[in-house]
Write a protein that binds this ligand. Sequence first.
Ligand code: 26W
Length: 817
Amino acid sequence: MFGLLDGFLKNDSISLQKDILHHVAYTVARSPFSFDDFEAYQALAHSVRDRLIERCHDTQIYFNNKDPKRLYFLSLEYLMGRSLSNSVINLGIRDQYADALNQLGFEFEVVAEQEGDAALGNGGLARLSACQMDSLATLDYPVWGYGLRYQYGLFRQVIVDGFQHEQPDYWLNFGNPWEIERVHVSYTVKFYGTVKEELRNGENCKVWEPGEIVEAVAYDNPIPGYGTRNTITLRLWAAKPSDQQDMESYNTGDYINAVLNRHGLENISSILYPDDRSYQGKELRLKQQYFFVSASVQDIIRRFKDTHSNFDEFPEKVALQLNDTHPSLAIAEVMRLLVDVEHLGWDRAWDMVCKIFSFTTHTVSREGLEKIPVDLLSSLLPRHLQIIYDINFNFMEELKKRIGLDYDRLSRMSIIEEGAVKSIRMANLAIVCSHTVNGVSRVHSELLKTRLFKDFYEHWPHKFHYKTNGVTQRRWIVVSNPGLSSLISKWLGTEAWIRNIDLLTVLQEHASDPDLHREWKMVKKVNKMRLAEYIEAMSGLKVSIDAMFDVQTKRIHEYKRQLLNILGIIHRYDCIKNMDSKDRKRVVPRVCIIGGKAAPGYEIAKKIIKLCYAVAEKINDDSDIGDLLKLVFIPDYNVSVAELVIPGADLSQHLSTAGHEASGTGSMKFLMNGCLLLATEDGSTIEIIEEIGADNMFLFGAKLHEVPALREEGPSLKVPLQFSRVVRMIREGHFGYEDYFKSLCDTIEGRDHYLLGADFGSYLEAQAAADKVFVDQEKWTRMSILSTAGSGRFSSDKTIEDYAEKTWGIQPCRCPL
Ligand code: 26W
């Protein structure tokens, strides 16, 4: 069909040049003789977009012809970052575009820097969704991603005087060439109102008369696979006023107010909630969840009905994946549409629901499990509350038959939580209705079976599976570390590892080759120079690239223990201060880099950031210390900053108290980039140890089974003297702000829930071990090569293949080239 227009779009550098100039003139509306870097970016992006649209179209036509079982991935969050480099690399035309730009007097890297991040998510879960979309496209799976098109992404972190401030991220201000607005793909989504019973054909039917109607409009974001023509779609919904709303007011003549009222409705998709800790039962959040779920499910059913005259084949053609509990209302929505709208009987609809849903949880703690107050649900979605009650009633009856009247167990497993605030337990709903439930690492899945969802595991052991998270090597090596990417391809003699990650293990054979060592170190050096320039531009601090770059970047949480890192840095500073000049010569110079956002309401996390700044100020200004130790906080850590920081790191820290990190995916990105890990045995680290061996990393800290006993000991737990000394330094005002830091110190002295005191000794030992190896560059480089070589198991390609086969039952469907 595109062939009819002008032949397929051509990808040689002359055609691309013409194409860019065309977009400069007709899309950006600037003179092709005079345009700046940003305009070049816009034109380039539109030229890439044309190619994405072409492939997207072909992919959909192919899928429609083949009618395979499709996966629908429902997630409230995606952290896509930038799209330009990733797209041209996946399309296989990066060099051609770079040439074309060069001819026009521009540099690809400079133009690519013009793009802002799409930050429609908080942290691990959201970036995981983005990595998984890349793998799904690359592996040719027939998939649609669904989510919300927030107008404000994750807040921008601005640091003023060491304190975090949040600023809105109105990321659409400069336009978004990566989306296609589909004004004709829209659905009405209803809220509030009442449910009536009506007799239809002798049967009692429920009729929901809503109090508010909103329109959901689709924005399609093409996701190109690498080394394939397949380009799948991430469909994000935006709220628009519905023409059906307010007809009354228009008719009664209150025109002005009717128009004004319409505007409020757009707020549903305005803001991403920036808290990744707990659920507060906010109405707007619930509205967002239902809005996105309802539009997606209507779209899925519409697509199915386009090619099927009845629902017989529905479970063979549709798989719905719940990315955490956030989209779990989809369960009630599918039931409502099948029963109330399509008029299938309850039992038949229920049978289908149980065959199509699968559920991944990303949390380890009970507090992390989402609950919706019944009162809220009853007012916002009265029909869904009835459906959930009915599901629960049937489930409880079934359970009683199995376990008898064990009321404790029944009440623990019930979807409804009685108590001061009667609530819906979203995880219980998701487990009851899903055929498969999984955690995100092996140990996490074990914890689900033995703790969080123990009762459910005993009841339905077959439902529980384990999946280990992964990250995409396309983004985290090829895009972000081109030097390493070329080096790997050169040594493997092929680029095939970009699609077939198993090939990375071949590097093991060369782990001691001096030629590889030389080239490997050179790549790291260049990446460190790039990072050092960034640090200087951002903070004015000059750092030596001969120092060890030691990085901890991730959301700020007490359980992730950035505070442990800072205490370690204070200890190091204190030691250096007390050394004579002879000993100082043996100190391994370090540049400690910390970055990450604190949830706006998370006071302790914000204090950790301030402490980092206070300590940095003291150390960096101390001329007596010089290059032996520097500390930098990198503000506004996001995907594109990560792409710069990770390749430049020598060492990275993953310090969560054992049993608290469900998986952790940052570590996988560092590992792929040949960065050594200093870590606790938690989450995915346990599996990383199996792949690369404990002697290729620096492990420390209490193990999972030791944690409860240590916690038991409470304040009587013996902590190292050095620990008490560094905490005292903070308390006594060595870094100023002693009153402000008091509550922070109180969290680790006394109860110390996250066991910083207990782990401090072994943390320092691990740090000393890292120093010792760093001096032996040959050993360090070998460990670094083995880290990359062993990172293959943590490619999201592996995870996705596992889900496709064992959970979703979908097959690749490869569009011909
Ligand atoms: C708004 C409330 C909220 C609560 C929790 C929003 C988002 C969350 C997420 C579930 C938090 C999250 O990102 N979890 C992380 O998921 C990663 C991907 O599986 C794991 O690697 C991390 O260990 C886990 O903390």
